[in-house]
Write a protein that binds this ligand. Structure first.
Ligand code: ZN
Length: 408
């Protein structure tokens, strides 16, 4: 007997169904909304979606386990396409504002400390820590995650980190792994990329343009090598300062140009008219206090495909909630609620080349969905810093259900 689930009673069911390809322009504001909607799920895959009256009357629905959305908003699970692998310890020493002058301090550490931590701690402990973190993401609505690892002096550490990530795939989140590189010589990068390809440890290669920006020849060599090995490309650009990566991203037809906090208008316009998706992360600007948020409004008005991500990085950006990213996108980046939701779901899925499986609620896709404590989707960005998830479902399995506080 098939495993059947009927999710019914959604006041607003945001299907995000639409034309193939990343959404741009007016399509970013079309959420495929069904009022009083329902979904029928069979063996973890969406079987049917539509108005409750029709879906509830399907013959198969009679045998389904029912989940009542109780007049709430139902939407696809968030696709956070840009986070940095959470393997290092969060260290209070990097946040002196949190400590009083008399409190004991840990030894000062840095990204070199991250590298040492990954090298010295056994893989199973790193895996357990990352798994706990991923379960926390799921409680906050993220069901698919794009992680990146790299930027260290030792290639062995990068390989170890990506091995940990590979072991976590589908436990419980879908993961897409990216090697963040371009720091070493072209020859060393080529050897490592070849190894990662052979071991299937990275699905994307990403140029860390802030490190290589002043050496354009090296940056180009990295992108060429990665492309020739068959890696879809990403470019990590202009998070802390302008380094010029957006132009390279468009020229090399990268899948994404990520961050873009300090990118100039001419380069943004170039991106908007290219096939490259602008992967915007409001978290780093909030956490650094730079106030240089990515120019989402300009990009969307110019016709860019935009996705929204947390930009999580254990030290520099401890923001992992896509709900908070939605709020910042609307409050600080000029996006509408509908644009932000599109960017955080279907466009995020396109940016990870996973839109055939996740990012929208339509037949044949994985049943990754959220029931939110809201009666209108426009309320979602008003939940700054809170958790409005009532239920998270991944591949048809309920992996998080909110518990209520007793009334007395
Ligand atoms: Zn980043």
């Amino acid at each position: 007997m098939a495993d059947l689930i009927l999710v019914r009673g959604a006041r607003q069911l945001l299907t995000l169904q639409g034309a193939p390809g990343p959404r741009r322009g007016a399509a970013c504001r079309d959420l495929g909304l069904i009022r009083d909607g329902a979904l029928l799920i069979r063996d973890g895959i969406i079987h049917d979606v539509g108005p409750s009256r029709r879906v509830e009357n399907l013959a198969a629905a009679r045998y389904a386990v029912e989940i009542d959305a109780d007049r709430r908003v139902v939407l696809p699970g968030f696709v956070d396409s840009h986070s940095h692998l959470a393997l290092a310890r969060p260290l209070l020493e990097d946040s002196p504002n949190l400590q009083g002058p008399d409190e004991p301090r840990e030894p000062r550490t840095s990204s070199a400390g991250d590298e040492a931590h990954i090298r010295n701690v056994c893989g199973s402990r790193l895996q357990a820590a990352a798994k706990r973190f991923h379960r926390n993401l799921l409680r906050h609505g993220t069901t698919t995650l794009g992680i990146r690892a790299g930027g260290w002096s030792s290639d062995a550490v990068a390989v170890k980190a990506l091995r940990v990530a590979a072991a976590l795939h589908e436990h419980p989140l879908d993961l897409a792994a990216t090697y963040l590189g371009g720091h070493g010589s072209a020859a060393a990068s080529a050897v490592l990329l070849l190894r990662l390809r052979r071991l299937k440890l990275a699905q994307f290669a990403e140029l860390d343009c802030e490190e290589t920006g002043r050496d354009e020849a090296r940056a180009r060599e990295f992108l060429r090598t990665a492309r020739d090995l068959g890696f879809p490309l990403r470019v990590h650009c202009d998070q802390r300062r302008h380094a010029g990566g957006a132009r390279l991203a468009a020229e090399f037809q990268a899948i994404t140009a990520d961050h873009l906090d300090f990118t100039g208008r001419d380069e943004l316009r170039l991106l908007a008219h290219s096939n490259t998706i602008a992967a915007l992360t409001p978290g780093p600007a909030l956490c650094s206090g730079s106030d240089h948020y990515p120019a989402a409004r300009f990009l969307i008005d110019e016709g860019a495909a935009v996705c929204l991500a947390s930009g999580f990085e254990a030290r520099a950006c401890p923001l992992y909630s896509m709900q908070t990213a939605l709020a910042l996108a609307c409050l600080r980046m000029g996006m509408t609620a509908a644009e932000a939701i599109t960017a955080a779901t279907i466009n995020g899925a396109h940016s990870l080349l996973m839109a055939h499986r996740v990012g929208s609620l339509e037949p044949g896709k994985r049943a990754d969905l959220l029931i939110m404590n809201a009666s209108d989707y426009r309320e979602l960005p008003l939940n700054l810093g809170g958790n409005g998830v009532c239920l998270s479902m991944k591949r048809g399995a309920v992996l998080y259900r909110e518990t209520e506080c007793p009334e007395n």
